[in-house]
Design a protein around this ligand. Structure first.
Ligand code: LMR
Length: 396
């Protein structure tokens, strides 16, 4: 029966990781997948994660199932990260959170919820966006539509074009926004632009959905929630997919959350009952360990402070690499202006390298970059900077 099956194309991001792993060249560099690397090129387990795990090992009494949405403590901790401690959304019980297997799991639950409960609405996705967004929403049978986001000439947001495109959206359509550290461009809206976007969603009766995978990597854990909170203050309903892969370094534990905000506590609870029935048929109930780590850290004042410092250290190291990258290219005589890299947030930037240049970097220099030209700055180190920049200088 299987003889009729044709091969699926490799995933543009995770497929590249497979290729990288199979590459036997000694001095290879992976700027593909968004995984944080420290200055030695390793992806460490955060110290606070190790401490939380020690606590859990001590106090864990059972491996019995969690409930479908996970624990209430985790749900509350997630909501406080998103909306702030004592936010009225939380005290009024307008938010409901389901733990999900990673940010992708949260997006998939969201997509299924939209399709089943909100009907044939369109999901507006920035152009460009994370390569998996189209697949996740498409898998739920939803139609996606792109809105402009990036101006290649200025290496900046094309905000007027974004607004012009989103003005074409119909009542009830979903607008997918990146909470911070836009993936792949690293360019986030300004405070004023967030305000304009929120106003547009109110006027056109659009439902905002935030993909929030890098909280803490732009300016700070609280600061990075600013855009979301502008929306939360003004809009009666919204959806959020959170990921804790990056800011807790819990990549392989698959810790995420889907949060739904309703107009009233009652409406939120009713809508959430549908979310539970969706989760039940996909993964039944979530894995416990990663979420227990996140809950333990966030609910312990000392660990929480230490974790915020660890996030700040990751953020600062990436920023340092941004600066070093730009200065090293200059030192090597590259005249192309890469200064925009220093102005962008989070792990990613859009390098402007063409598909051919990306291919040549891989073939000739064992430097791995996503085909779109997205580079993960988090993969740069002081040690690999010179060979990396020499490779880029050569293909330019
Ligand atoms: C990325 O964009 O590199 C990460 O979010 C990892 C992934 O799953 O694609």
């Amino acid at each position: 029966m299987f003889e009729k099956i044709t091969a699926a194309p490799a995933d543009p991001i995770l497929g590249l990781t497979e290729e990288f792993k199979a590459d036997t060249r000694a001095k290879k560099i992976n700027l593909g997948v968004g995984i944080y690397k420290d200055e030695t090129g390793n992806t460490p387990v955060l110290a606070t994660v190790k401490k939380a795990e020690a606590i859990l090992l001590e106090k864990e009494k059972t491996k019995s199932y969690l409930s479908i949405p996970g624990t209430p403590e985790y749900g509350l901790a997630v909501q406080e990260l998103l909306f702030g401690n004592d936010a009225t959304i939380i005290t009024e019980k307008r938010a409901q959170t389901a733990q999900a297997p990673g940010g992708t799991g949260a997006l998939r639950v969201a997509a299924e919820f939209i399709k089943r409960q909100l009907g044939d609405v369109k999901v507006w996705i920035s152009n460009p966006t994370w390569a998996n967004h189209h697949g996740v929403f498409g898998a739920a049978g939803l139609e996606t539509q792109q809105y402009s986001y990036y101006n290649a000439e200025t290496s900046d947001i094309d905000f007027d074009a974004a607004i012009a495109d989103l003005s074409q959206a119909s009542e009830g359509d979903i607008v997918l926004l990146h909470g911070c550290c836009h993936n792949p461009t690293g360019i986030d809206p300004t405070t004023e632009q967030w305000q304009v976007l929120a106003k547009l969603c109110i006027e056109k009766k659009l439902l905002p959905m935030f993909d929030f995978a890098y909280q803490g990597f732009a300016r700070g854990v609280e600061e990075d929630a600013q855009g979301l909170r502008i929306f939360a203050d003004q809009l009666p309903e919204l959806l959020v997919a959170s990921s804790f892969s990056k800011n807790f370094g819990l990549y392989n534990e698959r810790v995420g959350a889907f949060t739904l905000v309703g107009k009233t506590a009652e409406q939120a609870a009713t809508a959430f009952s549908q979310v539970k029935s969706i989760a039940r048929v996909i993964y039944s109930n979530p894995p416990a360990h990663g979420a227990a780590i996140v809950t333990t850290i966030l609910n312990n004042a000392e660990l929480r402070a230490e974790w915020e410092q660890e996030v700040a250290d990751m953020r600062d190291r990436i920023q340092e690499m941004r600066t070093l990258f730009v200065t090293t290219l200059k030192e090597l005589g590259v005249t192309n202006d890469f200064s925009f890299i220093e102005r962008q947030n989070g792990m990613f930037s859009f390098s402007g390298l063409s598909k051919d240049q990306v291919t040549q970097l891989k073939t000739d220099f064992a430097i791995y970059i996503v085909g779109s030209g997205r580079i993960s700055v988090a993969g740069m180190t002081k040690d690999n900077m010179m060979p990396l920049c020499k490779g880029i200088a050569a293909v330019l």
